[in-house]
Ligand binder design. Structure first.
Ligand code: AMP
Ligand code: GLY
Length: 430
């Protein structure tokens, strides 16, 4: 069977790498891919939003399974477009992807399902929002643009003044365009965040091991928000008891409520959670694998992902055996371009990739990279590489990941130096 992965980031490299290991997969293509996917699979020069070209390619190359990595094509209906042509694609329909595409729809589902989440109000104009903030008393506000804004449409505010400013940016200045035509104001929750992802066919839920992302740019969780500077899995913050609770009180009611709304969700349902003193609360749902959480998760997954994806499409996940994991924890360190998450330059030559790849239990997934006409790997984005390592302990995995990072060079390369430290501290105290 031939497989097509749509996207060009570290998540898609990890998906292509994992799928290519399946005995049932003959060939993996990635559209458009990056320099790393060119090594583990074959790149196809088609953009992720060119549905017609993707469909034509899938027909020409007899693609049996297409896996959509990023949210934008899911929300735009790529899976529906494939299905309408009789092609098999993994991921939620356009309607179900609204769980990520519309924060207001997501909130409605959460509230209907009685899933614990931050209290919120919906607005379609700034005047009402200003009135609301003026009249309210709460410990901080979070203002969220309804639509997709590449992870930037959420502003966490400590004061009313900051909340006014955020509303102005989103609603009046339209900093995120139409994504901010409607918006939410939420109570601000406090606690550590965790990512719990589940693969579901709309009936059965296969929960993946909990992971933690590092969204802040700099050490000690300081600096601006990024797409994610590193991740590890499993995250002891979500122990087995909590994971069970999350399945029972969060994932199951969400999937069932979606069914009752005639919106069957098939694909990866990713719960972004805040572990508050009152228990886990849903901050958001995503409709796809997390990036970078996907990289350490798939590096540890022993089960054939192709089988799981096929079973999801056919709605027979319940007939599969439970997922099998490598017992060893995995740590992923993101290497970024100078200036990221602000402005950065592209095109620097990356060296040391072979030395890093030669280390045991290490895999370097590419995110923002590109092969030039001479076959040289160059930087091509803000987050450039995702260096993942397995270890006997989280501390060991961290050491191995940073050893690999130390082998890789380009002008201006940097990474956080404290990925997984919270986990190391938590597990050394228990
Ligand atoms: P979201 O896209 O909704 O996950 O928001 C992005 C980030 O904003 C989250 O990872 C949190 O760090 C933060 N955030 C979102 N909602 C809240 C909330 N209600 N309270 C505190 N922080 C939040
Ligand atoms: N790691 C955060 C995200 O994928 O949205």
């Amino acid at each position: 069977m031939n497989v097509l992965v749509v996207g060009n980031g570290g998540r898609e490299h990890a998906l292509a790498w994992k799928l290519s290991q399946s005995p049932n997969v003959a060939k993996v293509y990635v559209a458009p891919g990056n320099a790393g996917t060119a090594l583990d699979a074959e790149n196809v020069d088609i953009a992720q939003d060119d549905f017609a070209a993707l469909i034509q390619f899938a027909k020409d190359r007899k693609i049996g399974l297409t896996v959509v990595g990023p949210e934008a094509p899911l929300v735009a209906g790529l899976v529906d477009a494939f299905t309408a042509e009789g092609l098999r694609a993994f991921g939620p329909s356009k309607k179900a992807a609204q769980m990520e595409g519309s924060k207001i729809f997501c909130k409605e589902v959460l509230n209907r399902a009685l899933v614990p989440t931050a209290r919120s109000q919906t607005f379609d104009n700034s005047a009402d929002a200003y009135d609301y903030i003026r009249a309210s008393y709460q410990n901080g506000y979070v203002v969220k643009a309804e639509g997709l804004a590449a992870g930037k449409g959420v502003v966490v505010c400590s004061s009313k003044e900051e909340a006014f400013e955020a509303v102005k940016q989103i609603a009046d200045d339209r900093a995120f365009g139409d994504a901010g035509a409607r918006f939410l104001i939420e109570e601000r929750l406090v606690g550590q965040e965790a990512s719990v992802l589940a693969i579901t066919d709309g009936q059965t839920i296969m929960t993946l091991q909990p992971a933690q992302d590092h969204k802040a740019a700099y050490d000690g969780d300081s600096g601006p928000n990024t797409g994610g500077m590193g991740a590890y899995c499993p995250a002891s913050l979500v122990d087995d008891r909590k994971l069970h609770w999350i399945e029972e009180k969060i994932l199951v009611p969400t999937v069932f409520t979606l069914n009752r709304m005639d919106t069957k969700f098939k694909g990866v349902l990713y719960a972004g959670l805040m572990m508050t003193p009152q228990g886990p609360r849903v901050l958001e749902y995503n409709a796809r694998f997390g990036d970078p959480e996907c990289q350490p998760l798939l590096f540890r997954l022993k089960t054939d992902l192709y089988e799981v994806m096929e079973a999801t499409i056919d709605e027979r996940l319940g007939m599969l055996d439970p997922l099998v994991w490598d017992d060893r924890p995995a740590v992923c360190v993101v290497m970024a371009s100078k200036g990221y998450p602000g402005k950065y330059e592209k095109g620097f030559e990356i060296t040391g990739l072979d030395d890093a790849a030669a280390l045991p239990d290490v895999k370097v997934f590419h995110a923002g990279t590109k092969l030039d006409e001479n076959g040289v790997v160059r930087t091509n984005g803000g987050r450039v590489l995702d260096v993942v390592a397995l270890g006997d302990s989280v501390a060991d995995a961290k050491r191995k990941a940073y050893e690999a990072v130390s082998k890789i060079h380009w002008e201006g390369a940097w990474s956080r130096s404290d990925i997984a430290d919270k986990e190391i501290k938590a597990t050394s105290q228990s």
